[in-house]
Design a protein around this ligand. Sequence first.
Ligand SMILES: [Zn+2]
Length: 109
Amino acid sequence: MHELGITQSVVDAVLDAVDEPRISLLRMEIGRLSGVVPDSVRFCFDLVVEGTALEGALLEIVEPAGQARCRSCGAPFEVEHPIVLCRCGSADVEVLSGRELRIKAVEVR
Ligand SMILES: [Zn+2]
């Protein structure tokens, strides 16, 4: 379960950057093609933040859909899975978005 490592890195980055005793909200963007499972991140988050400024913080996860364009036929299309294949059968596909894994916002009070 690599989500634990990812969640730990995100939480460490937030705690490093934000010098506040209480953080009330963390908003993350996890693209549908990132291969990261938001529910697992939610589960790990509760474990990882125990005893830190993020304990009790609300975790909001935005999941942008994947956008890709086929290099063979030129068609743009939406992708839901990390394995990307165009309807024309080509796997020569340029992924434009959906692999995001980043912190969008942090709120303190
Ligand atoms: Zn195609």
